[in-house]
Design a protein around this ligand. Structure first.
Ligand SMILES: Cc1cc2nc3c(=O)[nH]c(=O)nc-3n(C[C@H](O)[C@H](O)[C@H](O)COP(=O)(O)OP(=O)(O)OC[C@H]3O[C@@H](n4cnc5c(N)ncnc54)[C@H](O)[C@@H]3O)c2cc1C
Length: 263
């Protein structure tokens, strides 16, 4: 049996500008007929744009059985960034089966969420899934805050990256006044910062690995010139969990899989 995830061809039905840096792509068409949500609120798909074989990962903002919504950050340059900046309506893309990793333990009494703009679709979906505990979120956006983007009950702090920096979500985490008792922490953003945050959670905050999920969503161009390739974290995460690895071991394997070598 093939272990390859199913692929679904889909048409871009609409493109909407949500903010200066954020573009909504509404996908649809008969090719999505077999697409089924996992129900995990941070679920993502691999997106392949026309004429490409490389994929990039995007959170399923919503899927109503007919329309699949992906919200794409348009940053300085990049494969999907440049494509999504143009007129894409009517074009055919491919998406994979969705996968998710958010797994709040049953006994959690609070939920903390942190992310940059790439994480906002997942943060919004997690909040909208109403997990039944008090939620505190920190959302970093390069432009104005987007309160209308998130429905549901959560105390949200909107921040901007400091001048000259693409993202500083790690600083937000180091300033957190942690609630008492058991809870769950979810975060996504730039990979090097996420690695530092996993260490911080383990060594300083002393959270058990079942109490957090910290995902590297993108990697800033490193000064060393090392290049990375996009890798689906889903299979690595599941294989690591099945092998009883810690989250840090799993994400180290994920980071290693993304290394291409010196560029
Ligand atoms: C599970 C998962 C879910 C994700 N969900 C979303 C989502 O819903 N929406 C979303 O927009 N992104 C999401 N991402 C992140 C997205 O896949 C990456 O940002 C991706 O690299 C963008 O592809 P690109 O073709 O535009 O740029 P690439 O061609 O991959 O990169 C080009 C250059 O841009 C830099 N770069 C890449 N991303 C960023 C960024 N965000 N900000 C600044 N510089 C960047 C890279 O360092 C590189 O130098 C998700 C990633 C994962 C792993």
């Amino acid at each position: 049996m093939s272990t390859r995830a199913a692929q679904y061809p889909a048409q871009v039905l609409r493109r909407e500008q949500l903010s200066e840096h954020f573009v909504r792509l509404v996908l649809g068409g008969p090719g999505l007929a077999g697409f089924v949500s996992t129900g995990v609120p941070d679920e993502w798909v691999a997106l392949t744009i026309p004429g490409q074989f490389q994929t990039r990962y995007y959170t399923v903002r919503s899927w109503d059985g007919a329309e699949l919504v992906l919200d794409v950050v348009v940053h300085d340059h990049g494969l999907v960034t440049e494509w999504a900046s143009g007129e894409v309506t009517g074009q055919t893309v491919t998406v994979s089966d969705p996968r998710g990793s958010f797994a709040m333990p049953a006994g959690a009494g609070w939920l903390l969420l942190v992310g940059d703009l790439t994480a906002l679709p997942a943060v919004a979906r997690i909040i909208e899934s109403r997990p039944g505990v008090p939620i505190r979120a920190w959302c970093e956006t390069p432009g104005a805050a987007l309160p209308a983007y998130v429905a549901g009950d959560a105390e949200i702090t909107w921040t901007s990256p400091p001048p000259g920096s693409q993202s500083a979500t790690a600083d937000l985490v180091r300033a957190i006044d942690w609630p008492a008792g058991d809870g769950y922490f979810w975060m996504a953003g730039e990979s090097a910062q996420m690695r530092a945050i996993r260490k911080h959670l383990m060594r300083e905050v002393k959270l058990p690995s079942s109490a957090y999920d910290v995902m590297g969503y993108w990697r800033g161009a490193p000064a060393s010139g090392r290049r990375t390739r996009p890798v689906d974290p889903g299979p690595i995460w599941r294989a690591g969990k099945a092998a009883g690895q810690s989250d840090e071991q799993i994400w180290a394997a994920y980071d290693a899989a993304r290394e291409v070598g010196d560029g």
